[in-house]
Ligand binder design. Sequence first.
Ligand code: COA
Length: 157
Amino acid sequence: MSVAIYPGSFDPFTNGHLDIVKKASKLFDRVVIVIAVNPDKRRHYPAKDIQMAIDETLKENHLSNCEAITWEGLIVDLMKRIKATYVVRGLRNTMDFNYEENIASVNKLLYPDMEYVYFRAENSAISSSMVRELVSHGVNVSNFVPAPVEKWIIKGG
Ligand code: COA
């Protein structure tokens, strides 16, 4: 059974992230979306709320082999614990590639059995910080985030 994790800050989870989840769900038996919490980094939206909104998004999109969890710590430790051998990430441009490769090479040293799989990002203009900025100016972001994210995270329920 192939198990992949898809880690990210997801602050918030966008349609760009959902596109990557859909692609990964076709390739792997199980996909675990990991809301990575770094205690030194300030989050704009609480991880637990994002997890709930992702869960609802997965249900709405019938992505039954995908689930969301929150994790504080190294992703390699999580991978060993849940027996995941693949890490999925989306690439928008060469800057993303260079950023990912730095992290990937460190993670490979820590856990040589893992493999990184990159998917081309379809909605490369949609980023979490862009969504946050639009929201702060009162712009409707329903075209940029899944409906549960808009309902529970942006509008607060
Ligand atoms: N389409 C559009 N935009 C996308 C996208 C896609 N498919 N995929 C990512 N993005 C954007 C996000 O919207 C976000 O935009 P922003 O910069 O405007 O906020 C940006 O790319 C990156 O966000 P995200 O995908 O949420 O992940 P991240 O880069 O914040 O995540 C981790 C980094 C969590 C994967 C990394 O820090 C990590 O692995 N941490 C765990 C701790 C660990 O193991 N550390 C050891 C590493 S050596």
